[in-house]
Design a protein around this ligand. Structure first.
Ligand SMILES: *Cc1c(COP(=O)(O)O)cnc(C)c1O
Length: 430
């Protein structure tokens, strides 16, 4: 059974100040999990987690992770800006982008971020637009299928990312000629896997490749970056990944492959997003309608614009009806938002307790790739984000959008702006 990190009394207090829907984050959970990760990889001197900003691009969350010793993984201009503003600098920032615009590389170099190149053609491009740093990383795509114990985890051969194996050797040589002294190696081969064998299998590939590259080119490999991909148990019956078991298995492979090759100074990096924040956020929403046609529907004040994963991937997100945790799951519902899209369903044929209008529902595991994937379709507005602090109090860490935000990019048109202001003065507060 999945439990919420917040109880009904706390939620009633928060909703008396801030209307639903909103995403709520659990500071205690985020901090404790980050400490477990660091403890698990403490055997590796240079270990660093670069939190994937795209998962939860909120400065307050980034600040908490910074206090816990994390860096940030960015892939765009604005992610670099937010990281800079929060106080990350230099090698606390990993820039793992693809199809990278010139301006992004220029800002990454200005911040002295560690750059992880997605493609061999980016070597010349980066050199021309911003220059090549002394330390640089390359992303590896081994192609084909990625299997663990004969089970297909993913298909790198279909993925747009990374260098091929021959390109890595060629790229390292090109970079050496351009003055690079230290190298990183990166790969992201499976997403959202709770299988404890993922990082170890990835480690074996990357460690062996690093030894080969070192032998072929003499390059000094300073770090190996496992990127993201460690998953979370969205479903109640799933077993969570065991980060201590994962780290111990990686250590064995490190000692088996890197240490005998004289590469015992290689730092392990991760760029976890989902694992760091996913379980420590939820979407709090209110049941505002019920509908009885060919199926039974519950309509919420949240919609796919607040949480895209069910509509986009058919992803499962557990739902708790607050205050009814111990009631029988004897009603079958489709739980929907109000977008004019039939895939706007948070749950299909879900067994839940009887839901009444006004019930508060918690949609679990939205702390990563939740708010962040939000959008404005149907003129829906992005929700607030609220932090449940360690002392039990709550803090607004991003206000909800208003129609004024939604129309702000039309501001260049003075006539249109005055129409809005005259007709809706209470929203435009003039
Ligand atoms: C998305 C992404 C991550 C984070 O992935 P999670 O599944 O959230 O752990 C890390 N690195 C890169 C390059 C990514 O694109």
């Amino acid at each position: 059974m999945k439990r919420t990190f917040v109880n009904l009394d706390q939620l009633k207090e928060i909703t008396s100040k801030y209307p639903t829907p909103f995403h709520l984050y659990d500071e205690k959970g985020i901090r404790e999990n980050a400490r477990r990760l660091h403890q698990a990889f403490a055997w590796n001197k240079g270990f660093k987690e670069y939190f994937a900003v795209k998962a939860t691009p909120n400065p307050t969350i980034l600040k908490i992770l910074k206090e816990e010793g994390c860096g940030v993984d960015c892939s765009s201009y604005t992610e670099l800006m937010i990281s800079d503003a929060v106080g990350f600098s230099g090698d606390e920032i990993m820039f793992s982008s693809n199809v990278t615009p010139k301006e992004d590389f220029i800002l990454a170099r200005k911040l002295n971020a560690a750059i992880n190149l997605d493609d061999i053609t980016h070597i010349e491009f980066l050199d021309q637009v911003a220059g090549i740093p002394e330390t640089i990383s390359c992303r590896y795509n081994p192609g084909g299928e990625f299997t663990i114990n004969n089970a297909i985890m993913d298909t790198p051969g279909e993925a747009k990312y990374g260098f091929t194996r021959p390109q890595l050797t060629e790229g390292f040589k090109m970079l050496q000629e351009k003055g690079v002294k230290h190298f990183g190696l990166h790969a992201f081969l499976a997403s959202n896997t709770t299988d404890n064998h993922y990082y170890p299998a990835l480690a074996r590939i990357l460690f062996e490749t690093a030894v080969e590259l070192n032998q072929e080119t003499g390059a000094h490999i300073a770090f190996i970056n496992f990127s993201g991909g460690v998953g979370i148990p969205y479903r109640p019956e799933q077993t969570p990944a065991d980060i201590f078991a994962i780290a111990q298995e990686v250590r064995k492979i490190y000692e088996e492959i890197l240490v005998p090759a004289g590469m015992d100074d290689v730092a392990i990096y991760t760029e976890l997003g989902r694992f760091m924040a996913g379980p420590y956020g939820c979407l709090v929403t209110t049941a505002i309608h019920e509908k009885h046609i060919h199926k039974e529907y519950i309509g919420l004040d949240a919609c796919a614009a607040n949480l895209m994963r069910p509509a986009m991937y058919g992803a499962y997100h557990h739902i708790t009806v607050m205050g009814k945790e111990d009631q029988a799951l004897d009603h079958e519902y489709d739980v929907t938002g109000g977008l004019c899209e039939n895939n706007d369903k948070f749950a299909i044929d879900r067994m839940l307790p009887k839901i009444d209008i006004g019930d508060l529902l918690v949609i679990h595991d939205t702390g990563a790739h939740g708010f962040a994937m939000g959008y404005n379709y149907n003129g829906k507005l992005r929700s607030a984000e609220i932090l449940l602090k360690e002392d039990g109090s709550s803090e607004l860490i991003r206000r909800a959008e208003t129609p004024a935000d939604y129309f702000a990019t039309f501001d260049y048109d003075d006539d249109l702006q005055s129409q809005f202001i005259n007709k809706y003065p209470e929203i435009f507060k003039i």
